[in-house]
Design a protein around this ligand. Sequence first.
Ligand SMILES: [Zn+2]
Ligand SMILES: [Zn+2]
Length: 213
Amino acid sequence: MLNVEVVVVGPLETNCYLVCDGNSCVIIDPGDEAESILNALSNRRALAVVATHLHFDHVGAVKELTERLGIPFMAHRLDWELKKIFDELATRWGFTKPKLPEPVFVSEGSELPLNLRVIHTPGHTPGSISIIGDDFVITGDTLFAGSVGRTDLPGGNMDRLRRSVCGLYRELPDNFIVYPGHGPSTTIGEEKINNVVIPMEACLDGSGSNSYG
Ligand SMILES: [Zn+2]
Ligand SMILES: [Zn+2]
C-alpha cells in the first residue's frame, strides 16, 4: 500500500507529494522549498522526481532535488516543448524562471517507479499528466476539489480539459482519492457530483472515452 504525504510549497501554495512505499519515495511537483521537501523525505530514498506539468510553481525545486539526490526528472514532452513560453509567463508574473534538467519523457501508459502509472490529461497545458496509484490519482492542475485548472494560459484548451476530466470520471472508481496540485484532496465520486465547472453531467455527450492522446 502506498503512502501519500503532502508538503505545501512556494508562493502559490503548491502541493508537493511524496508517494512512498516503505523507505522508497517518488517526489511529485516539487514547486519550491527543496529544503522542506528533503526534511519531509528524511532518511528515505527518493527514486525519481515527476512533474504533472511544467508551470514554474510545480518545478521550482526540481533542479536542486535531482542534483542533490542524483535521480531522474520525468515529464511529458509536450510541456518541455513549451518551456520557453512557460519561462516568459513566470517572468511576467514576477517569479524567477526555473532551470530544469532535460526530462526523461513519459506519456500515456508510462510506468513510473512504485508501480505508479501515467495518464495524459491535457487541457490545463498540452503535456499535463495525472499519476495513478493503487487507490488515488494525483491530478496536478487538471482537477481540483470543486473546480478545474485554468485554460487561459498558453497551450490551454477547455474542450481538451473537459475530455481529460471526463476520462478520469469514467476510468477511475468513485472512491479513488484525488490529490490536486493546489488545495485539499477530494474523491472522484465527490467531483462527479459537486464539481462546479465539470461535473459528470458535463460528460454525458460521449466525450471522455478514448480521450487520452
Ligand atoms: Zn499549472
Ligand atoms: Zn499550479
